[in-house]
Write a protein that binds this ligand. Structure first.
Ligand SMILES: Cc1cc2nc3c(=O)[nH]c(=O)nc-3n(C[C@H](O)[C@H](O)[C@H](O)COP(=O)(O)OP(=O)(O)OC[C@H]3O[C@@H](n4cnc5c(N)ncnc54)[C@H](O)[C@@H]3O)c2cc1C
Length: 307
């Protein structure tokens, strides 16, 4: 059950469905390092990656969504941004999901039919309900930062609402909230289907977040009376802010039924990285997908010189 839970938390599938490279990469990392927390929050990791990018002349442009990957005679030639600007490039690497890349960023006529069919038929893991809270910290003793609450051990861990993940980063880094407060993020799986903005959205949102509140009450019994800031996210929020097809956690490619594709595509000059590619979902895995792509494009000896 523990390995089922660990696999589920990482891949969205239990042990029998999780591909070996994904779990191997994570457990391999764990055996070489201690589990720590970045001072400054997860944003500090992003900042470090951006520093690395800029050190080698790279430029990160935020708030400039790509509208289309440009393809001419089966070869990628660059991208057109939503603001109309065209960037010409001999190599384009898409970090968007398989569905977003093949159905939104590429025109149907530019994609070999077989690839489009694979993209459209790839099963997606559900999305999430999110609960973000700011709470008064006074009087809370011995709080730890990570919790996984399984409400009912007789119910499958993958059933939406049953397994709730909780992070309280201010346990390690008090600067992430005003003095005397904790920041909390809790989330659980939630299907995208059935969600729409409209009359009943707010009510449904509150109702579907209850399993998260109940999970939190197991850690901090009086959490509801401590709340100073509350923000609930739904699959629509996840899809919108992360630009992900149906707000999905990623592809549900179960071991034995298929394999995550590598970085190459049928379009010359177009490569793919991220959680729709080998080795799969999770930060270590997507970092590995970037390494695989870099090694595909550049001789590994040359890459090593830059490290
Ligand atoms: C709630 C939650 C908790 C998680 N916890 C963990 C954990 O504890 N450990 C772990 O290892 N993994 C965890 N994961 C999984 C991990 O976060 C993901 O697998 C990983 O972030 C995926 O990275 P990615 O780069 O493939 O995709 P993303 O992080 O989705 O990045 C894709 C980027 O592409 C951008 N984009 C999309 N379309 C366009 C466009 N048209 N133009 C420009 N930009 C575009 C998006 O805005 C986004 O920034 C968690 C995921 C979630 C949702």
């Amino acid at each position: 059950r523990l390995i089922d839970l660990e696999c589920f938390l990482l891949s969205g599938l239990k042990a029998h469905g999780t591909v070996a490279p994904e779990i191997a990469f994570m457990i391999g990392e764990r055996s070489r390092s201690v589990i720590e927390y970045p001072v400054g929050g997860s944003g500090a990791i992003v900042d470090a990656l951006v520093r690395g990018l800029q050190r080698w002349g790279g430029v990160l442009r935020l708030g400039t969504p790509v509208e289309q990957i440009l393809v001419k005679s089966g070869t990628a030639t660059g991208v057109r941004l939503q603001n109309g600007e065209i960037i010409h490039a001999p190599i384009v690497i898409s970090n968007a999901t398989i569905w977003d890349t093949y159905t939104k960023l590429l025109r149907p006529e530019d994609v070999p039919e077989a690839d489009r069919k694979i993209a459209l038929s790839t099963p997606a893991i559900d999305s999430f309900m999110h609960l973000h809270l700011g709470i008064k910290a006074e009087g809370i003793e011995g709080l730890t930062g990570h919790h996984v609450v399984v409400h009912d051990s007789n119910v499958d861990i993958t059933v939406p609402g049953n397994t709730c993940m909780i992070s309280i980063p201010t346990v390690w880094d008090a600067n992430l909230a005003p003095p005397g407060h904790h920041a909390i993020h809790a989330y659980t799986l939630e299907p995208y289907a059935g969600w729409e903005y409209g009359e009943f959205y707010q009510e449904k949102k509150r109702s579907r977040a209850q399993s998260l509140f109940q999970a939190l009450e197991k850690i901090i019994p009086d959490v509801r009376s401590r709340i100073v800031l509350e923000s609930i996210g739904t699959p629509l929020t996840h899809a919108r802010f992360l630009r992900r097809y149906q707000g999905t956690y990623g592809p549900a490619i179960a071991a034995g039924t298929g394999t995550f594709p590598g970085p190459k595509t049928a379009i010359k000059g177009l490569y793919r990285v991220g959680d729709s590619t080998m080795p799969g979902i999770g930060i270590p895995a997507v970092a590995a997908s970037g390494i695989l792509c870099a090694n595909t494009l550049v001789n590994p000896d040359l890459t090593a010189q830059f490290l």
